[in-house]
Write a protein that binds this ligand. Sequence first.
Ligand code: PMV
Length: 317
Amino acid sequence: SPQGLGSAPVNIALSKYWGKRDKVLNLPINGSVSISLPGLGTETVLKPLQTGQDKIVLNGEQLGADVTFAKRLSLFLDYFRSDACPAFTVETVNSVPTAAGLASSASGYAALVLALDDLFGWQLPKTDLSLLARFGSGSASRSLFDGFALWHRGEQEDGMDSFAEALDSHWPEFCIGLVKVDTKEKAVGSTVGMQQTVETCDLYKSWPEQAERNLQTISQAIIEQNFGTLGKTAEHNALSMHATMIATWPPIVYWQPESVAAMQIVWQLREQGTEVYFTMDAGPNLKLIMQAKDQDKVRNAFAEHGTQVDFILPFAE
Ligand code: PMV
């Protein structure tokens, strides 16, 4: 019987997407740039079903149709149903904790779109698949690519120019460290968080301009492999995004005490001359932006506080 296969990595934004200008089309208020993490992500098997409703299996467990995850997936699949294929079986396996701020929705919708492309034999270019993945989750538009990816804000109202593309780069020294503070489901999802921020945060008014400026700076730093500029700008960008979240009402604070403790370790490492930076998403975990040569120093500094760091080299052979 026919089936489609798709696999995609998670990605971490170095310059963040925060705010939608169109909720149905998932169009961002600002562009963003990311790095994909090889070895962490989603693998999806998609099969057509002749009758009935979708069967959605996440990490080996079949989900009820009323589970949020399943509802959202079925809504996305509505775009791709036909008389010949009214429903789907979706078997999806995440190698990252679901909804822990490690962007499993990004790799999930990218893998699903690749599985659709495989099942239906579209052979669409990655930029088109990126546009389709965007409908599932904005950040998924960036998970079609290995390495660095840039998701264009786009200008058009129909969103046809809002997709991601790869930023050509090979940077073996570039390293990401994962500091897991908590892997439980997040309290406020990004869609709700964004909407609340756009609607109630006065600070948000300055965000779109800063985000586009940071995006330019980081893209240029990637081309020049200027690590210091990239790290500094990414950390500043993440903290600015979190400032807008904190300044909404009711407040959205994704940080936990351990998150702040981890930030302080990073700042102390920098004071001691190790060039390490961090970024954070809609969750309490830190992602360290660092260079491969500093792995021992970073590992030891966090070990002193009883915290483990997992290192990922996005450009390793
Ligand atoms: O694509 P979403 O709806 O999961 O939103 C992602 C939001 C952030 O992770 C906080 C930022 C980003 O650009 O990935």
